[in-house]
Write a protein that binds this ligand. Structure first.
Ligand SMILES: [Zn+2]
Length: 184
């Protein structure tokens, strides 16, 4: 009997709890909605971060495409007077940068050429033994190995400007002297 009473008591309290829960349901719904909205915010922010990354990436690709486009336009029309008009500074700037690129590239090429040359396997001029890379003496006969400086590139060598002797600046003093004798 005691068990049934206890069960009833539990059932009653459970109903009471349900009723109480019913009274507070609005609060829980609000909280639940808040939590759901929070989750939405988090996933929306994550989605937005992804979208922003994609946007930056797409903009970067657009800039590259525009650079290619501009370059092709430049190649095609920079010699046209109508195109060049108003773009003189831009065209001059590009020409200057092109010169710079050519000079840097030439330096790189020259360095690589010299490096490749030094790596060339030589043979001893005395005994003909194959020499290891960069050795100063033949390991077979001891002949000193002189490395010839690499041949100058086939570019025309710029004539050296003769040193201009420092000329004193010609100074001419114009001094108007009033000659009182001629004014008489
Ligand atoms: Zn040798």
């Amino acid at each position: 009997m005691m068990g049934l009473q206890k069960a009833n008591a539990i059932a009653t309290s459970s109903i009471a709890a349900d009723e109480k829960r019913g009274m507070t349901m609005g609060f829980f719904e609000d909280l639940s909605a808040t939590v759901n909205r929070g989750l939405d915010d988090a996933s929306r922010m994550a989605d937005n971060a992804g979208a922003k990354f994609k946007l930056a990436e797409a903009k970067r690709r657009r800039r590259e495409a525009m650079a290619d486009y501009g370059e092709s336009m430049f190649e095609a029309y920079s010699q046209e007077p109508t195109f060049a008009q108003g773009r003189e500074e831009l065209i001059a700037a590009v020409a200057k940068i092109d010169e710079e690129i050519a000079a840097i590239q030439a330096k790189i090429d020259e360095n690589e050429r010299r490096t490749a040359e030094k790596k060339t396997v030589l043979s001893c001029p005395t005994c003909g033994a194959t020499l290891a890379e960069g050795v100063n003496f033949c390991s077979n006969c001891g002949t000193a190995i002189a490395y010839e400086p690499p041949a100058e590139p086939a570019q025309p060598v710029e004539p050296q400007q003769p040193a201009q002797p420092q000329q004193p600046a010609a100074t001419v003093d114009f001094e108007v002297v009033d000659n009182p004798e001629t004014q008489a």
